[in-house]
Design a protein. Structure first.
Length: 386
């Protein structure tokens, strides 16, 4: 059994439904939105057929000659013998026939329809699982309806900039709001550490403006101006940042620059890499009786970081400087076995977690790969302390 999913032009083509019961009515309801050139043959009709005044109801027993001139036929009687006879004659007359009692020998299937202003989507099931196909149809209908609402909103977003947090890198952690805006965007300016292949699903123009250690594709002042120019051209702009725009993401700098030039800006939060690192590595940032405070800092440059004073301290970036930070902890008389957790490639398939101590880390013998989130504190080994 092999069915080719196609759409058929039924303009000026006659459609026949044989059977005036619930099955025939169901077929009528599915075809009626697309054509009024419909006839129904039956000796009895349930009351609902009377609602369709612009179709032809033929109160009569089925006769083979009644098939002449029809393009599609639905055999919906409660008799297997009659349906089989209808299908046989249709085959002889080269008329497409759908047997509602035996789908496997039908010439075509009536698919579950998702209908909207711009789309008609037909959905069929290989397993003839009607319950699940209706569930899938409803899910697709909600998706299509939501997308059409986003399309209708797009005009009002022209000339506006959205600073959007992508999260730690795993697309599954992207917020629904962020996904909607990426769908609507005319242009997407994106950073490093994002899933570039994932961005291919969005139609907007993509421009890379990432900054890595020693390799800045664009300086910050250039990025600010690029965002302004795109908004000035009436584009709906998404500035996509790893993590959260306001945690070491320079989102406030970009917002200030654009606001000063009368560009409307909205910030969409993302899951910060530190929060994701804690969840993905089973290293809590706080734990009752162990840690009641947490601080965030950057270890990106030797002059930009400082030793944090919290029960748990989290350092973003800084793979090249983390050894020196560990030494500072030793210099501040922290115990040599003070725990450190190093989470590389947070939330991604290649994520690795290394648990060590400030003494071992300060030796410089542990490989620290970039990008890394470094967690200093007793919560690294919380399970041993409970």
């Amino acid at each position: 059994m092999s069915f080719l999913p196609i759409s058929i032009n039924i303009e000026n083509k006659k459609i026949l439904i044989i059977g005036g019961g619930k099955v025939g009515l169901k077929k009528l309801k599915s075809v009626y939105p697309f054509s009024k050139n419909i006839s129904v043959i039956s000796t009895e009709f349930i009351d609902e057929f009377s609602m369709y005044e612009d179709i032809c109801l033929i109160n009569n027993e089925f006769k083979p000659e009644q098939l002449d001139g029809f393009f599609l036929v639905y055999a919906c009687t409660n008799s297997t013998v009659v349906n089989e006879e209808i299908a046989r004659i249709c085959d002889e007359k080269n008329i497409l026939c759908n047997r509602t009692d035996k789908a496997s020998v039908s010439d075509f299937h009536s698919v579950a329809l998702v209908d909207s202003d711009n789309y008609t989507i037909g959905l069929n099931t290989k397993a003839r699982d009607c319950k699940n196909i209706i569930k899938m149809k409803n899910e697709i209908q909600r998706f299509v309806d939501a997308r059409e609402i986003l399309d209708q909103q797009k005009e009002s977003l022209k000339g506006k900039v959205y600073l959007v947090g992508f999260g730690p890198g795993n697309p599954g952690l992207l917020t629904r709001r962020a996904d909607d805006l990426l769908y609507q965007a005319d242009v997407i300016f994106y950073d490093d550490l994002l899933d570039n292949d994932f961005l291919d699903r969005y139609n907007g123009e993509k421009q890379y403006v990432g900054k890595r250690r020693g390799n800045h594709s664009k300086e910050q002042n250039q990025i600010n101006e690029i965002l302004y120019q795109a908004a000035s051209q009436g584009k709906m702009v998404v500035r996509l940042k790893g993590g959260d725009p306001l945690i070491f993401g320079r989102g406030s700098e970009e917002k200030y620059y654009l606001n000063q030039r009368n560009v409307d800006v909205e910030i969409i939060p993302g899951i910060s890499s530190a929060i994701a690192a804690a969840a993905c590595s089973n290293i809590p940032l706080t734990h009752r009786g162990i840690s009641s405070s947490v601080s965030f800092g950057t270890a990106h440059g030797k002059n930009s970081y400082k030793l944090l004073q919290s029960d748990t301290s989290v350092y973003y970036m800084g793979a090249n400087n983390i050894v020196e930070i560990a030494q500072q902890y030793l210099n501040e008389n922290y115990p040599e076995d003070f725990p450190v957790g190093l989470v590389h490639n947070v939330s991604l398939p290649g994520q690795t977690v290394t648990k060590t101590t400030i003494k071992e880390l300060a030796k410089g013998e542990i490989e620290v790969k970039s990008p890394v989130i470094s967690i200093f504190g007793n919560t690294v080994n919380y399970e041993d302390l409970i």
